[in-house]
Design a protein around this ligand. Structure first.
Ligand code: ARG
Ligand code: ZN
Ligand code: CA
Length: 246
């Protein structure tokens, strides 16, 4: 009624070793992170620098709804998965999505080549729609997580792509992310940059390295902007490529 999108989530867990069969508590921790980050009530929201506070999104009004019955688990002989979407296909040893037009499907599995996750943009094939997260970057807490990617922000970043957000550097030198209130970045930033980090792009703006759509560590990313929120919300308005979510 207040315009909040309540999006059902289905989690598909692929495991080879028993330890990779993530617990319901680990899944819940990831759902909590998504709700905090998209709701603008993540504990580190208050770390947003003063110069970016006007641009900060606040509550984006997307709520993620999951309970443990919305989970499919499968033991597999494969020790890792590539980004070719086999993980999403039962015919390739993966798991087919559940209700792909109305539900956000998340696949959890070990990904090859240290890939943390990947996403499908709006407008693609329903049968492969959703996001894929490396087992060791999925959730928050005392699990077997990668040390710099242990706060569940890989899923926040990938769900940003799922709702049509581009990388903040526009995947090019001083590239365009089609969002007016994010500064132009030279390229991706990694690790945990010292503030302020200046761009050498036109106008030499301070880069928003703490944006979820950069490549910094989980502990060093904690905001979307209002422009990013509007771009995401546009996907599920009438006529938008994700209107079937409403
Ligand atoms: N490399 C991945 C992508 O481009 C995910 C990056 C996630 N970053 C993070 N701090 N968790 O989609
Ligand atoms: Zn990305
Ligand atoms: Ca921009």
């Amino acid at each position: 009624a207040d315009g909040t999108l309540e999006i059902p989530v289905h989690v598909n867990v692929l495991y080879n070793k028993t330890a990779e069969n993530v617990s319901n508590a680990q899944i819940q921790s990831q759902i909590d992170v998504l709700n905090e980050d998209f709701g603008g009530y993540n504990p580190d929201y208050s770390d947003i620098p003063a110069i970016f506070q006007d641009a900060a999104s606040g509550d984006i009004k997307i709520r993620f709804v999951w309970s443990q019955e919305n989970t499919t688990r499968k033991k597999t002989n494969k020790r890792s998965w590539r980004t070719n979407d086999d993980i999403k296909k039962s015919s390739r040893g993966g798991i087919d999505p559940t209700n792909c037009s109305t539900t956000l499907n998340i696949w959890v599995g070990v990904l090859s080549n240290n890939i943390l996750g990947y996403a499908q943009f709006p407008g693609g094939n329903c049968a492969t729609d959703g996001v894929v997260i490396h087992t060791n970057a999925f959730g928050r807490g005392n699990y077997a997580l990668f040390s710099s990617f242990n706060k569940g922000r890989t899923a926040t970043h990938e769900v940003g792509h799922y709702f049509n957000l581009r990388h903040i550097w526009g995947d090019a030198t001083c590239g365009n992310d089609f969002v007016a209130d994010t500064p132009t970045h030279n390229t991706s930033n990694g690790g945990c940059p010292t503030f302020p980090h200046y761009s050498t792009c036109s106008g030499t703006p301070v880069e928003m390295t703490m944006n979820y759509m950069d490549y910094t560590n989980d502990a060093c990313m904690y905001m979307f902007t209002s422009g990013q929120a509007a771009r995401m919300q546009a996907t599920y308005t009438t006529g938008g490529p994700r209107a079937s979510l409403r």
